[in-house]
Ligand binder design. Structure first.
Ligand SMILES: C[S@@+](CC[C@H](N)C(=O)[O-])C[C@H]1O[C@@H](n2cnc3c(N)ncnc32)[C@H](O)[C@@H]1O
Length: 226
């Protein structure tokens, strides 16, 4: 079962993740900066934030640091990721709530002003992804912002193949085994195109839907609940 495979993978990898991820994902730190800079709220805003598939907590950490009145719910499937997240975000523990669950099936809470997700929603299939986006929409206050960093398909199979070659070259250039990572990707991940995902967001009712950043098969996109 795909989700169980995903959970096992991240239980095993949790304590190496922070060191490993920039060697596997191109421009990972740049992506984090883009996510922070596209958040349209004043730094002093009091806001409720949800980080879906928080992993070791990088996006939660950056938001808690930049927005001193933000309260963050860090949500993840994997116990060890939540353990690592709690440790990494110890300084901000008074504004942080950890929640274990499957965002595809479980309640994600409500009253959010900002929902971010990083490299997590592609674990759902293309029926479940729009369902999650609908759940996200319902869980937000009016004016709520959704930002998603994801691995995506190209606009044609040929472009997807080309992006995969570029990606594998990046992994190899960092001394990592691209065959191993690419096989894991084919086994566990179900990416969709930006076009399809932004269409779903518009159909659900999000406005100002757009792709804020793209580098081959990686993208940051989202929308606002009016
Ligand atoms: C690649 S990590 C991303 C961590 C972090 N968000 C980032 O941007 O680096 C993906 C995380 O999503 C979590 N995840 C995957 N599917 C999930 C689901 N259905 N519900 C909750 N968390 C999930 C995994 O446990 C893992 O911690």
């Amino acid at each position: 079962m795909n989700l169980e495979k995903v959970r096992k993978h991240f239980e095993k990898e949790a304590f190496e993740y922070d060191e490993l991820i920039p060697r596997i994902i191109p421009k990972y730190y740049e992506q984090n900066d883009v996510i922070l800079s596209i958040i349209p709220f004043d730094k002093s805003t009091e806001m409720n934030v949800l980080d879906l598939g928080c992993g070791t907590g990088i996006l939660s950490y950056l938001i808690l640091m930049e927005f001193p009145k933000a309260r963050v719910v860090a949500f993840d499937l994997t116990e060890n990721m939540l353990v690592a997240c709690e440790k990494n975000l110890h300084t901000y523990k008074n504004r942080l709530t950890l929640k274990k669950g499957d965002f595809g099936r479980d309640d994600i809470g409500g009253g959010y002003d900002l929902i971010v997700s990083g490299l997590a929603t592609h674990h759902l299939n293309d029926k479940a992804k729009p369902n999650l986006y609908r759940k996200i929409y319902k869980s937000m206050n009016p004016g709520g912002v959704f930002i998603n960093r994801e691995v995506v398909l190209g606009d044609s199979p040929a472009l997807t193949n080309q992006y995969h070659c570029i990606w594998r070259e990046y992994i190899r250039s960092n001394g990592e085994d691209d065959e191993k990572w690419f096989s894991k990707y084919l086994e566990e991940d179900i990416p969709a195109s930006i076009e399809e995902q932004t269409k779903w967001l518009q159909e659900i009712g999000f406005v100002n839907v757009g792709c804020h950043w793209r580098y081959f098969n990686y993208a940051i996109f989202g929308g606002i609940k009016p």
